[in-house]
Design a protein. Structure first.
Length: 747
């Protein structure tokens, strides 16, 4: 093995986008390689970075190895996995391995001023795992179920202890700072409120003048006025939130998923909050990182000073900026490429004032638009006020990541997530392994193959969320397009940013299970009857609109896989945009449904990005049903018991309850219409009857499979009801009579 050491002057490196400079050849056994350096960038999104690739230059053969590249005084990169090198790449082999963002071009040019650039490169026969990586592999991949259980108990003990950590309970800033923050927010909010009130006044005046004279002109003018107002104020809302920063960016992301609660123009404008925030200067971020490590007593791991005591190098150019912090790539002393996330310090300082202002903003909007959903808005704000502060202690996010990895090991889930490096983490800094790839928000879906892989990855993540939700009562609550990763060249599913994770109690999980099982029936009748007296409140008695609302908020497919009529969904969208005071809404929602609904909303945004209509309820139904069975075995209740009497595949029963009567009724009407052309003579009457019977038989034949499944399901349901009544003490005859009474009453 002869690794490369290449001394080269900056002037000897060729300029130009996607223009490479190649090193002398170096060898691994009989195999030859060279190092390619792109000083002006390799890809459209990487123009500000220097790219490096180790390239296989032998004419034939292939070899396995792990490539690594280092620059004296700069970063060191090592491939995350072993690669099969060959002259021509295919599905299993690669002609090169490298890093498109080896270092920022600005830092590279600065380094070149010191003298010649000294690159080293090698292809090692096996990967040299650091001690940290070895422990991760041993602790997770080789764990027995007993080991997993013990590790989860240890994480739980950390969480219990964490509740008393000083950083978890956020202390507010001085009253003067909070007052200034409040004043800044209200100064921005007040003009928006006043402009909306003027629009309302104009619409009311126009209604008196036109509605009785020219209704069509009134509706056209009203629509135009509200559309213009929403477009204008959406930009003002975003500008206000951007200027406030911090929690307001998180609030913007949340509102961007609440299509049914705010006007569509707001959703369209605020969805840009998923695309990343403005970067902060390195001088400021380096101080934050050092304060979060050295200032919180994290022991140094190197001999350097400042951040050099913790990392061999930290990229000054940010990898990403989020609502509450910024992310940088770094290199550890073991040579690993890691991601370092730091919390902006003022976020904690402003949190109490910002939460109060966020609640005030929600109340103002509810009042301006006269939205009849005070209970739902309060439930959303209560949950956010409780959960958002926990995002500001990165030790909690670290524990979420550990839990997720352990749950994935327990249940055989193959979703890539980062590994926490505890030795380089604190409440303000989180260091984790780097997932190579792109986010769903940045992937190019114009390529059909990429789009299909992205859809499959999104489905896999939806399934994984369902598994941890219904088996462990724990789930990632923020799978928006910026947090879903397509990892590696194979575009495998990955998930990042575990700040917003939720754990449910057993009663809360029961409510979620019941709703998922109900929505999976796709039966308007069953859903409407089952939700009477539940914690869900509506301001409409129209069953179709209730159904549309439930699928809109609690499934990633707003159509309910076809059960919601497009007309009902159009009514909802038109009402929120043009007549919010009379819009159909959920007036009350159980609190546990808030973050469940957020998951559905963010998943819908991810699927919409891919132009795919996928139902999370359909994916989650098997897990929800099994979870409900377990909960009901421990503590039975009437609603769960009744839902569990439904067949595992409820489609046939749904046909019996919903579709078969409608189809048969329409077939009868058609046959009667056809037969009506005959006279009333006995001969023609018999012909008419035969035509009617033939039509009914044809309709039943068309529905034969669904009717058969439905009748079997109905028979099972009937027998299970009789058995339950007998066990309860009733005689078999009385049980049958009791079950027949509702049918007679309905008839």
């Amino acid at each position: 093995m002869a690794p490369l050491t290449w001394r080269v002057a900056l002037t000897d490196l060729r300029k130009g986008f996607k223009v490479k400079s190649s090193s002398p050849i170096f060898t691994k056994g009989k195999h030859e390689f060279c190092l390619d350096v792109y000083r002006d960038g390799w890809g459209d999104e990487d123009r500000d970075f220097v790219a490096v690739f180790v390239r296989y230059v032998s004419k034939r053969g292939s070899t396995k190895g792990v490539a690594s590249v280092a620059l004296e005084g700069g970063p060191r990169w090592q491939a995350p996995e072993e690669v099969v090198f060959a002259p021509v790449a295919d599905l299993e082999k690669r002609s090169r391995s490298g890093d498109r963002r080896f270092m920022s071009r600005e830092a590279f040019l600065e380094l070149s001023k010191r003298g010649p650039l000294v690159f080293t490169a090698s292809v090692d026969p096996t990967r040299r795992l650091s001690q940290r990586e070895i422990s991760v592999a041993k602790d997770i991949e080789d764990m027995s179920e007993e080991d997993v259980r013990e590790a989860l108990l240890a994480v739980d003990r950390e969480e219990v202890k964490g509740l008393t950590d000083p950083k978890v309970t956020i202390k507010g800033s001085s009253w003067m700072t909070q007052s200034a923050r409040n004043a800044k927010f209200m100064t921005g909010l007040y003009p928006i409120v006043m402009r909306y009130l003027r629009v309302k006044k104009k619409v009311a005046k126009m209604r008196k003048q036109l509605k009785g004279v020219d209704r069509e002109a009134y509706y056209d003018e009203r629509t135009a006025m509200w559309d213009e107002a929403h477009e204008r104020e959406a930009k003002a809302i975003r500008k206000l939130f951007d200027s406030m920063g911090g929690l307001y960016n998180k609030l913007a992301q949340d509102w961007a998923t609440r299509d049914g609660l705010v006007p569509q123009a707001w959703v369209d404008e605020l969805k840009h909050s998923f695309e990343g925030m403005p970067f902060r200067e390195w001088a400021q971020m380096s101080k934050m990182l050092l304060r979060g490590l050295e200032g919180e007593g994290v022991p140094p791991v190197g001999e350097g000073k400042g951040l050099g005591a913790y990392f061999a190098a930290v990229d000054q150019t940010p990898l990403a900026a989020a609502s509450i912090g910024q992310v940088h790539l770094a290199t550890t002393y073991a040579g690993e490429r890691v991601v370092v996330k730091a919390i902006y310090p003022e976020i904690r300082r402003y949190l109490i004032a910002d939460l109060k202002n966020a609640r005030k903003a929600a109340q103002q909007i509810t009042w301006i638009l006269k939205l009849p959903m005070k209970g739902t808005i309060n439930a959303i704000m209560d949950e956010e006020v409780e959960c958002f502060p926990r995002e500001l202690d990165l030790r909690i996010e670290a524990r979420h990541l550990k839990k997720q990895r352990l749950y994935q090991k327990r249940h055989g889930l193959d979703i890539a997530i980062p590994v926490v490096i505890d030795e380089l983490s604190s409440s303000s800094v989180l260091t984790q392994t780097f997932l190579t790839g792109t986010t769903m928000g940045n992937c190019d879906v114009s390529d059909p193959a990429v789009r299909q892989k992205a859809i499959d990855a999104c489905k896999d993540i939806t399934h994984a969320i369902g598994v941890t939700l219904f088996r462990e009562r724990f789930f990632h609550a923020d799978p928006h397009p910026g947090n879903i990763m397509l990892v590696g060249e194979e575009l495998k599913p990955g998930l990042i940013d575990f700040g917003q994770c939720t754990t449910l109690t057993k009663p809360q999980l029961r409510t979620v299970c019941q709703l998922v099982v109900l929505l999976r029936t796709r039966s308007q009748t069953l859903i409407d009857q089952a939700l009477r007296g539940s914690g869900f409140g509506f301001n409409t008695e129209d069953p179709e609109l209730k159904l549309a609302l439930l699928y809109y908020f609690f499934d990633s497919s707003t159509t309910g896989s076809g059960v919601v009529r497009p007309e009902a969904m159009e009514i909802l969208k038109d009402a929120i945009q043009h007549k919010p005071a009379s819009m159909p809404v959920l007036t009350d929602t159980p609190r546990e449904m808030v973050f469940y609904g957020r998951v559905c909303g963010t998943l819908r945004k991810s699927f919409e990005k891919l132009d795919a209509d996928v139902s999370a309820v359909t994916i989650w139904y098997p897990e929800a049903r099994k979870a409900l069975q377990r909960l009901n075995a421990e503590n039975p209740d009437p609603i769960s018991s009744a839902l569990l009497l439904l067949p595992e595949n409820p489609d046939g029963l749904t046909y019996l309850v919903e579709k078969a009567p409608v189809v048969l009724s329409r077939a009868t009407e058609v046959m009667n219409s056809v037969g009506g052309g005959f006279s009333s003579s006995s001969e023609v009457g018999r012909s008419r009857a035969l035509v009617g019977v033939a039509g009914l038989c044809a309709a039943m034949w068309y529905l034969r499979d669904a009717l058969l499944v439905g009748m079997v399901a109905f028979a099972k349901l009937f027998l299970a009801g009789v058995a339950a009544a007998v066990v309860a003490g009733a005689s078999p005859l009385n049980a049958v009579r009791a079950l027949k009474r509702p049918a007679k009453a309905a008839a």
